[in-house]
Ligand binder design. Structure first.
Ligand code: CTP
Length: 394
């Protein structure tokens, strides 16, 4: 799993959203992490220690001298590969800025020498108060990672920015803090989803792509430090945390946006299932059924990979995909050469219905790597790890 053997400390401070800490713990554990929790005394007013002890099987520490030896704020800081504070109240953020260590959470924060992941949650006025704004600015300058709160209706009934980010976003930021950043300062463009080729305002030709693998590839490109743009055909998926998304519908839109974004990109990961054909004619009015069976005339769409392959500069990397029912290696190799790619990922279609992924990675030097059957999330991480993390500690 992605966070196997990683140790994550979750600090929870006083906010009504303290209960969301349970989801953060679960999400981290689902990804293979070992998790410990510290609650501030105010957080304990909102949620009990026992909840987290039951979830993590570790004692939950609160007061700064809690624990058997009184040195736990040091040993827990050493133990952690990542330290995430979610929710982080205005008060806790202020204390961390000034190095105040008056409870277990803030004491570990002071003893922790790596970037913290901080997910604020508070009333909008508190979030926008110049004191909080300055505290956050300074902590960012010290290299700490902030997971922006979301806008919405807050517990106090007011509407605005201050709601704790989604657990999924918080966990993505934790992964970002844990792994090396081989894609730092690199613009990564990822395409995903199946394009729609409309016949009339409500009918279209498309394919069964869910876009999930592409979204996971975008997420992990951010985790590994990339500046990521996701060009997405329609899907029901949420934009991954840290990723900029451009929405497109048809193969023609996808071609236009990909060519534009590719110009100053370092890496293109072309995962979208682009329609090879689209209807020759589009009716702006809904087509009415007639007695005779309709015939749809199709025209060939441009192959986007072929077009970007022609424009590729020596410092640009293109990763293509090939979904095949048979002769996977041979077909993938042919597409790699024909489209001037650096790498192609070949997908076996047999596990798609299970929502899983299995395939091969074929490099342009002839090297082939097997992708064993795994979830699309794990597979996306496996692909990027093998492309960009080989020379880094993982
Ligand atoms: N692709 C593209 N533009 C298209 C069609 C496909 O850029 N109009 C890209 C896909 O994003 C994928 C790769 O080409 O990265 C392979 O797509 P696939 O449909 O498997 O291959 P085709 O080249 O269309 O070949 P075939 O249909 O013969 O398998």
């Amino acid at each position: 799993m992605v966070l196997d053997r990683k140790k994550v400390l979750l600090g929870i401070s006083g906010s009504i959203s303290a209960y969301k800490g349970c989801e953060v713990v679960r999400e981290l554990q689902r990804k293979g992490a070992e998790v410990r929790v510290t609650l501030t005394p105010s957080a304990e007013q909102f949620i009990g220690r026992l909840t987290f002890k039951a979830l993590t099987e570790y004692d939950v520490l609160t007061g700064w001298m809690d624990g058997e030896t009184g040195l736990e704020h040091i040993t827990w800081a050493r133990w952690s590969d990542a330290f995430v504070i979610a929710p982080a109240s205005a008060n806790t953020i202020a204390k961390i800025r000034y190095g105040i260590a008056d409870n277990f959470l803030t004491s570990v924060a002071l003893a922790y020498d790596k970037p913290l992941v901080i997910a604020p949650a508070m009333n909008t006025k508190m979030y926008e108060n110049p004191a909080t704004v300055e505290n956050i600015k300074i902590l960012k300058e010290r290299g700490h990672i902030f997971v922006e709160p979301e806008e919405g209706i807050l517990a106090c009934g007011e509407e605005g920015k201050g709601r704790l980010a989604e657990p999924e976003s918080i966990v993505t930021a934790v992964m970002h803090s844990v792994f090396p950043k081989p894609l730092k300062n690199k613009k990564v463009v990822v395409t995903a989803g199946g394009t729609r080729e409309f016949l009339d305002p409500i009918r279209y030709i498309s394919n069964a792509s869910s876009g999930q693998l592409g979204y996971e590839l975008a997420k992990f490109s951010y985790v590994l430090g990339g500046d990521v743009t996701l060009i997405s055909a329609p899907t029901c998926l949420k934009t991954p945390y840290g990723v900029k998304r451009i929405n497109v519908t048809s193969a023609e839109d996808m071609l236009r946006e990909t060519l534009k974004e590719f110009e100053n990109a370092d890496i293109l990961i072309m995962n979208a299932a682009v329609a090879d054909f689209s209807p020759k004619e589009y009716s702006s009015k809904k087509l009415k059924k007639k007695e005779e069976e309709p015939i749809i005339h199709l025209k060939r769409n441009k192959d986007i990979l072929l077009e970007v392959g022609k424009r590729k500069k020596s410092n640009q990397i293109i990763v293509g995909f090939a979904a095949e029912s048979e002769n996977l290696i041979q077909n993938a190799e042919d597409k790699l050469r024909r489209k001037n790619l650096d790498v192609i990922v070949g997908n076996y279609l047999d596990v798609f219905s299970k929502g899983k992924h299995r395939g091969i990675i074929l490099f342009n030097n002839g090297e082939i790597l097997e992708i064993p059957e795994m979830t699309k999330e794990e597979s996306a991480f496996y692909i990027l790890k093998n492309l960009f993390l080989k020379n880094h500690e993982g």
